[in-house]
Design a protein around this ligand. Structure first.
Ligand code: RAT
Ligand code: ZN
Length: 419
């Protein structure tokens, strides 16, 4: 990939495009961040940056340590080990390592000193509230979508108790345990007062699941529902996942006019010793998504796929179904090489009717680097596309560039949601 500067000299308006892309406020439509009311659930600071599961997976390749030993270590000791392994004993050239340094640099910290103690000292002087504002300003993010799970024992009580909402944080209802682990989840729903026991007739069970979804949608003011499904997901089908989707989730989404976000292709626990870092990727059968979009035109689907090899078919599907909005370069595809490729592919097939990126940040500070890196690539792709138009004599105005970038950074998503 060529650098932005080399490219910007090619067309007169390149700098203007770059300036607009770098400064337009963003709606980050999928993260694992939380409103500060969730206290320790909101991760931030140098140690959380270093123990990010992307870095755990990378350090694992160099370490000679039993998994149990690593997981028994304190967070600080794990962070020390990852710093030593990935930053000092090797050059930190991977995207996740570079991201830590880019973030520290954006905070004005001197990374060349390689002084982890000094970095920890700086973070110890910050408060969560200040840091949220600093990171959002530096990243240019105006709204953050959380991933909210009623099945999380730390998160659920905070919603149940209630708190005053920070309107920069919007909620999305995550329902993986319901759809993927029904046998374990049904008894929990029953304990919470929903009649889903084995002896209850199936239709009543689906109605009770709808009542559960409705209660939580209202409680958290969810803007969409969300699940991540494995590569072997099929639709239609007779298993409980497909039945719950068809008879509870989709009717609920129709009733409340909410999209259903379907993230496809994560192979969970490929190496269970690595915990969160142990998931992999597999090719999905997008016929399942095609069948959903075709059979339920009144439902809206938000989709991202993890496999590079699924990206082209996903774009073609989005050309066929306007109830499908595609988003983000997810997880293993959130690397510059693939963001560039996937963004070009989407623009060439869909114009501007998609959301090119979400951060998936698990640590607040990460929005700084993830958006900085993605913005630069998106700017470059737009410069190339506008220059190709210029060769036909078509000229885009500043207002039009602003309109287009606004669409990519949340405008199209909001339109799809009907907000
Ligand atoms: O990108 C990630 O951090 C993954 O671990 C997952 O959280 C994934 O984004 C998901 O939402 O399932
Ligand atoms: Zn995620």
């Amino acid at each position: 990939m060529k650098t932005v500067l080399a490219e910007t000299s090619r067309v007169p308006f390149a700098r203007q495009v770059e300036q607009i892309v770098l400064s337009t406020p963003i709606v980050d439509i999928h993260t694992h961040l939380y409103d500060s009311a969730f206290q320790q659930l909101l991760l931030w600071g140098i140690d959380d940056l270093l123990v990010y599961h992307y870095l755990v997976a990378e350090s694992w390749r160099f370490l000679d340590l039993a998994p149990d030993k690593f997981w028994a270590m304190s967070k600080t000791a794990q962070a020390d080990l990852i710093w030593e392994t990935l930053f000092l004993q090797n050059s930190p050239v991977s995207e996740a390592c570079r991201g830590v340094l880019a973030t520290l640099h954006a905070f004005g910290l001197d990374v060349k000193k390689r002084d982890l103690t000094a970095l920890r000292k700086w973070f110890a002087g910050q408060t969560a509230a200040q840091h949220i504002t600093r990171c959002m300003e530096l990243a240019g993010v105006k709204r953050i979508y959380m991933t909210n799970s009623p099945f999380d024992d730390l998160e659920r009580p905070i919603w149940e108790k209630g708190f005053s909402r920070d309107d920069r944080f919007a909620a999305a209802l995550r329902i993986d345990p319901l759809l993927v682990f029904w046998p374990e989840t049904a008894p929990r729903l029953a304990r919470w007062g929903y009649r889903v026991e084995a002896e209850v007739p199936p239709q009543k069970t689906f109605d009770e699941v709808r009542r559960f979804l409705s209660d939580w949608t209202k409680k958290i003011k969810a803007h969409y529902l969300m699940v991540s499904l494995p590569p072997d997901f099929e639709f239609p089908g007779r298993n409980m996942t497909t039945q719950l989707i068809e008879k509870a989730v989709l009717p609920h989404c129709r009733e409340h006019s909410l999209p259903f976000a379907v993230m496809l292709g994560a192979k969970r626990a490929v190496n269970p010793h690595l915990k969160l870092a142990g998931d992999g990727v597999g090719l999905s059968n997008l016929t399942a998504l095609q069948n959903l979009c075709a059979a339920f035109p009144e439902n809206k689907f938000l989709t991202t796929v993890l496999a590079r090899e699924n990206q082209h078919e996903l774009c073609v599907l989005a050309r066929k179904f306007r109830n499908l909005h595609i988003f983000g370069c997810w997880w293993f595809t959130n690397v510059p090489y693939l963001i560039d490729e996937i963004t070009r592919l989407r623009i060439e097939l869909l114009g501007l009717s998609f959301t090119p990126q979400h951060s998936d940040a698990r640590v607040l500070d990460q929005i700084v680097y993830k958006w900085q890196h993605s913005r630069r690539i998106i700017a470059q792709v737009l410069v190339d596309k506008y220059s190709a138009l210029a060769q036909t004599g078509w000229q885009v105005t500043r207002d039009e560039i602003e309109r287009d970038v606004h669409a990519l950074f949340g405008g199209e998503f909001d339109r799809f949601l009907g907000r």
